[in-house]
Design a protein around this ligand. Structure first.
Ligand SMILES: NC(=O)C1=CN([C@@H]2O[C@H](COP(=O)(O)OP(=O)(O)OC[C@H]3O[C@@H](n4cnc5c(N)ncnc54)[C@H](OP(=O)(O)O)[C@@H]3O)[C@@H](O)[C@H]2O)[C@@H](O)CC1
Ligand SMILES: Nc1ncnc2c1ncn2[C@@H]1O[C@H](COP(=O)(O)OP(=O)(O)O)[C@@H](O)[C@H]1O
Ligand SMILES: [K+]
Length: 505
């Protein structure tokens, strides 16, 4: 699903109005009806509901919603925040229509007009929408602050009043902090950015049948991965397949005290469909790996505690295939930053012809030896969390700047970068960014990143295109986390649970 900017959304409205065709006021009515359907599914008709409306089309939506909730006999109160002398046409139309059936619309001009909001009430926030052009001040600011102070449940129409859809807010901006945001047709970029979490809440997209062809043709570099889109990437297995059909992956993982990372990556790799898996660990991990993951072959490193890439002295040249013979290599989880491991990385990179997966301390070694970045095989997948990405680039002033850095980095080094976190962002060498839609805070626990490395290495080994592997792998990883959260709640989730909950269908 595309993420479009405000100007595009405005043109999308116009395009719908012209091509359907539909009158603007009827499009607003459709949006309001769809919102009300969502609302009545969640809140019973006895819910005392206060609707706060601005003077633009977001306020117009609010007034139409008020009339439709009145028809359904919800106990509503309506407040219009009168911050300016001018109202939009569709606001005025809905204002007239509401007043025909409801004679107690309140107007907020001064602070003492703001009502007390109680805990059992629901507030519908339709003060400002995507037309926000400056920070709130005066009576708008006071009303927003009062709503934020209130113990009520808050639902924002389209976007929280005061939040910019696709540009950074100032640090002192006053913005509604809703429990829910109910938006129309497409997500807004602001919804997937970490700093905005409290200004978005739990968000939902309602289909109001805007012009599909406009959306299909609209240029954008931002996407939000829907379940249907991720499933389309998944390959079916041929009945006559054999293990040779699904690649042979190699994981370079683990060091003394961090063999667990190796185990997690290995188990996740196997659970993601790879045909064969070999794991290279320092010798201290050999027995552990062979015991805990019997399905994997083990290639012991010559060093007891860290990876060096050198074969053990008693079996020179008998370590198995050359590194370049594997279908895909994943490197990083638990490897540490020993000088010998850096040498291994330096020797390995120039020999590689196929994309690899680079995570954790392998990324930190790249940050400290930046000349190595130019030696990454094109289309390799890098999976930094924000701190690792900062080490690879620099500090950012806000989330929008972070996205610019992400895109520039992926384009400059021709790699796929998975910036991990809520709504993990997959940046492609062509400059697109796909935000993931699955996952939950239960995944914020040690080892879940190692699981992701195993998954992505498995998909690369099976021949998936690297961008598709990243989008699909990140989606499946988050979905597994969502399954665990559903079954046992997010708080007790472990990385092993996530592996067990992986399902490819
Ligand atoms: N396709 C869709 O998604 C559909 C969208 N629809 C709905 O339309 C909404 C967008 O409507 P909208 O363009 O009228 O914008 P909205 O925010 O209501 O008001 C802008 C007005 O407020 C003013 N203003 C700006 N900032 C201000 C501030 N801080 N403090 C005070 N005033 C401020 C601004 O002034 P100006 O910048 O012109 O000086 C202008 O007069 C959208 O969010 C959705 O709810 C649906 O109805 C149909 C389908
Ligand atoms: N709040 C969250 N919502 C969704 N996913 C999350 C959240 N927190 C963490 N994750 C996911 O969990 C994984 C954590 O990876 P990482 O930070 O590398 O952990 P580790 O190094 O311990 O394995 C990433 O895939 C990330 O996207
Ligand atoms: K709003």
């Amino acid at each position: 699903m595309k993420i479009l900017n405000v100007d595009q959304i405005r043109s999308l409205d116009q395009s719908t109005i012209q091509h359907e065709p539909i009158a603007p006021i009827n499009l607003m009515e459709r949006a309001a009806l769809t919102f009300v359907d969502w609302f009545v599914d969640r809140f019973t008709p006895t819910t005392p509901t206060k609707i706060f409306c601005g003077l633009g089309d977001n306020g117009g939506d609010g007034l139409a919603i008020a009339r439709l909730l009145l028809e359904r006999e919800y106990p509503i109160e309506v407040y219009v925040v009168r911050y300016a002398p001018r109202e939009s046409d569709d606001f005025m139309h809905n204002h007239r229509r509401l007043k025909l059936v409801f004679d107690s619309v309140h107007y907020i001009e001064l602070t003492h007009d703001i009502p007390t909001i109680r805990h059992n009430e629901v507030v519908i926030d339709a003060i400002l929408g995507s037309g926000l052009s400056r920070p709130s001040e005066g009576i708008v600011e006071d009303t927003v602050k009062a709503i934020n102070r209130a113990p009520a449940t808050v639902v924002s129409v389209d976007i929280a009043s005061g939040l910019y859809p696709n540009q950074p807010n100032g640090s002192t901006d006053v913005i509604i902090e809703p429990d829910y945001t109910v938006t129309f047709q497409l997500p807004k970029l602001a919804f997937v950015l970490p700093k905005n979490g409290r200004y978005v809440g739990d968000w939902h997209i309602l289909d109001i049948q805007l012009h599909k062809r406009y959306i299909d043709l609209a240029p954008t570099s931002y996407y939000f991965t829907q379940p249907r889109e991720a499933r389309l990437l998944l390959r079916k297995r041929d009945r006559f397949s054999n293990k040779g059909s699904f690649g042979h992956a190699l994981l370079l993982v683990g060091s003394y005290g961090k063999i667990g990372a190796a185990i997690l990556a290995a188990r996740a790799c196997l659970r993601s469909g790879v045909g064969l898996l070999t794991v290279q660990v320092p010798q201290c991990g050999y027995t552990i790996l062979q015991t805990v993951v019997p399905e994997a072959m083990c290639r012991p490193d010559g060093n007891q505690n860290v990876l060096t890439g050198i074969a053990p002295a008693d079996q020179p040249g008998k370590q198995g295939p050359a590194l370049t013979d594997y279908s895909a290599i994943g490197i990083g989880p638990g490897i540490g930053k020993a000088p010998e491991t850096l040498v291994m990385l330096k020797n390995l990179l120039p020999t590689l012809k196929k994309p690899i997966v680079v995570d954790a301390d392998a990324l930190n070694l790249l940050s400290e030896n930046r000349e190595l970045l130019n030696q990454l095989p094109p289309n390799s997948i890098l999976t930094p969390h924000p701190k690792e990405f900062e080490r690879l680039t620099k500090k950012w002033a806000n989330d929008y700047q972070k996205l610019d850095l992400l895109r520039e980095f992926a384009q400059k080094y021709r790699v796929v970068v998975v910036l991990k976190g809520a709504y993990s962002a997959v940046a492609t060498p062509d400059g697109d960014i796909h935000f993931n839609s699955t996952g939950n805070p239960g995944l914020s626990t040690g080892g879940t990143g190692d699981v992701l490395t195993g998954i992505l290495t498995s998909l690369l080994a099976q021949g998936y295109d690297p961008v598709e592997a990243a989008v699909l792998g990140v989606f499946a990883h988050g979905l597994a986390g969502d399954r665990v959260a559903e079954q046992r709640g997010p708080i007790g989730m472990t990385a092993s649970d996530v592996i067990d909950a992986l399902r490819w269908e």
